[in-house]
Design a protein. Structure first.
Length: 107
């Protein structure tokens, strides 16, 4: 069996702004979950990861759900050739509303 490929994680500059809506107590949880779920096989669908459809406003291909009641959302793209997972957005979902930074975004 071939060993799994490890990916590098990179963050888009806008992610700093998106973190404003996330409670600080969840920052370490976010980092832990990103590393746990996205360093190996980030393009494999699981209960926490799903591929996004073309109708989303977020410029990402994938969504990772984590945190209390799965309210935290991490949006990312994968460059298989370069072996990089780029985090392009982080938000908080409450009900049917997703907030990223200072604005509401449609999914």
């Amino acid at each position: 069996m071939a060993p799994r490929r490890r990916f590098q994680i990179s963050y888009a500059p806008i992610v700093k702004e998106h973190l404003r809506v996330v409670e600080r107590v969840h920052y370490s949880l976010l980092k832990e979950q990103i590393e746990l779920h996205l360093l190996d096989a980030p393009e494999q669908e699981t209960a926490q990861r799903k591929r996004l459809g073309p109708t989303t406003e977020v410029e990402a291909d994938w969504e990772l759900r984590c945190g209390p009641n799965n309210r935290l959302r991490v949006f990312y793209r994968v460059d298989m050739r370069a072996g990089v997972v780029e985090i392009v957005g982080i938000g908080v979902k409450r009900g049917s509303k997703l907030r990223m930074g200072g604005e509401e975004v449609g999914l």
